[in-house]
Design a protein. Structure first.
Length: 347
C-alpha cells in the first residue's frame, strides 16, 4: 500500500467506527433527507422531537439488550420485567403507599433487580441457553402479573408520577405548531453516558466483552464469569424497570397488557447498531443510532400511509439483514485468519 493511501484508509476507518457507527449515521441522514424531500412536513422540529420522544423507552430497553448481547446472550424477557415492575409499583403507590417520584422508582428498581436476578441465577448456575430461559421467564412474569397483581387498566397514575407526565424540558411554538421534548429524555440520555462509561472504563464492562468473546478464556483470564452473568441480568432488570416506569409516565396510564410483543424492534435496533449477535462487540453510540433508525423508518412508513403490519415486516427484514451481514463478516474474518496462518506456515 502506498504511503499517501495509508492515512486516507485510516481516516475512512475512523469515520466508519469500530462497529460501523459512521455507516449507520450516513444511512440515517440519507433517510431523513429522502423523507424531507418526499414530505416537507417531515423535516420539522415537532416531527424530530416526536421521533426523539418515541425513542426514549426503546433506547432504555435497547441499552439493556446491548449489554446482554455483548455478553453473548439474548434476552426477550425485558419487556415482561418492565411491565411487571412498573405496573406493580403503580398498584402499590395507588394503594396509599406513594413514596414520591424517587420512592416509586426505587420500588420499581428493586422489583426489576429481583426479576433480573431470577434470569441470571438460572442462566449462570445451570448454563442454559439465554434465549430459552428468558422466553420461559417472559411467560412466567407476565402470567404472575395478570394472576396475582392485576389485569385492569389504570387511567389515573399516582400523584408523584402524574406530576411529571406533562412536563417538558423544551417547549417551542412556531407557526401555530408546538414542538415539545419530554423531560424523560434527560434520564435516557444520562443512562446512555452511564452505560458507555461502564462498558469502556470499568472491569465489569471489560468482563462483559470478555465473556461474550469467549467465556472460558475470560474465566482463565481471571474474570468471575458466573458472578458477572448474574449482575448483568440484575442490571438489565433494573434498566427494564426504569423503561417501564417512564413508559407509564409518558403514557399517563398503566396497562398490564402493554410492552410485551415489541421485543423484535429493540433487538433489531441493537443488531443494526453493530452489536454482534455472536457476542463480544457493540457500542452505546451504535445502539442509539439503531434505535433512531428504526423509529425514523416507522415514522416514515406512517407518513407514507403504510399499514402497521408492513411496518413489522420492515423491521423483521432489517433484523435479518443485520444478522446476515454479521454472519458474512464473521466468515470472512475466519477465512482471513486461516489464510494468514497458511502463509505463515509456508514461510
Amino acid at each position: 500500500m502506498s504511503a499517501p493511501a495509508a492515512p486516507a484508509l485510516a481516516a475512512v476507518q475512523r469515520l466508519r467506527g469500530p462497529n460501523n457507527e459512521g455507516v449507520l449515521a450516513l444511512i440515517l441522514v440519507g433517510l431523513v433527507v429522502v423523507m424531507s424531500i418526499a414530505s416537507p412536513a417531515f423535516f420539522t422540529l415537532s416531527t424530530m422531537f416526536a421521533i426523539v420522544r418515541s425513542s426514549i423507552v426503546p433506547l432504555i430497553f435497547a441499552l439493556g439488550v446491548l449489554i446482554v448481547i455483548i455478553s453473548g446472550g439474548i434476552d426477550v424477557s425485558f419487556a415482561a420485567i418492565a411491565i411487571f415492575a412498573a405496573y406493580t409499583t403503580v398498584r402499590i403507590a395507588g394503594a396509599g403507599l406513594d413514596l414520591g417520584l424517587a420512592g416509586v422508582f426505587v420500588v420499581a428498581l428493586a422489583l426489576g433487580a429481583v426479576l433480573g436476578l431470577a434470569n441470571g441465577a438460572v442462566i449462570a448456575r445451570f448454563r442454559l441457553p439465554t434465549l430459552i430461559v428468558t422466553l420461559g421467564t417472559q411467560g412466567i412474569f407476565k402470567g404472575a402479573l395478570l394472576t396475582y397483581v392485576g389485569s385492569r387498566y389504570i387511567a389515573d397514575l399516582p400523584a408523584s408520577m402524574a406530576s411529571v407526565s406533562t412536563t417538558n424540558v423544551v417547549e417551542i411554538s412556531s407557526g401555530g405548531r408546538g414542538a415539545y421534548l419530554h423531560v424523560m429524555a434527560v434520564p435516557a440520555i444520562l443512562l446512555c453516558f452511564a452505560v458507555a462509561w461502564m462498558l469502556r472504563r470499568t472491569m465489569f464492562g471489560r468482563g462483559i466483552y470478555a465473556i461474550g468473546g469467549d467465556a472460558e478464556a475470560a474465566r482463565r483470564a481471571g474474570f468471575r464469569v458466573v458472578r458477572t452473568q448474574r449482575w448483568i441480568y440484575v442490571l438489565v432488570g433494573m434498566m427494564a424497570a426504569v423503561g417501564g416506569m417512564i413508559y407509564m409516565i409518558m403514557g399517563r396510564s398503566a396497562n398490564p397488557q402493554d410492552l410485551v410483543g415489541g421485543e423484535m424492534d429493540i433487538i433489531a435496533a441493537v443488531v443494526l447498531g453493530g452489536a454482534s449477535i455472536f457476542g463480544g462487540r457493540g457500542s452505546v453510540l451504535g445502539t442509539a443510532l439503531g434505535v433512531l433508525l428504526v423509529q425514523v423508518i416507522n415514522n416514515s412508513l406512517i407518513l407514507a400511509g403504510v399499514p402497521s403490519a408492513w411496518q413489522r415486516t420492515a423491521v423483521g427484514l432489517l433484523l435479518i439483514i443485520g444478522v446476515g451481514v454479521q454472519a458474512v463478516s464473521a466468515k470472512r474474518s475466519v477465512r482471513r485468519v486461516r489464510a494468514n496462518d497458511e502463509e505463515g506456515v509456508a514461510a
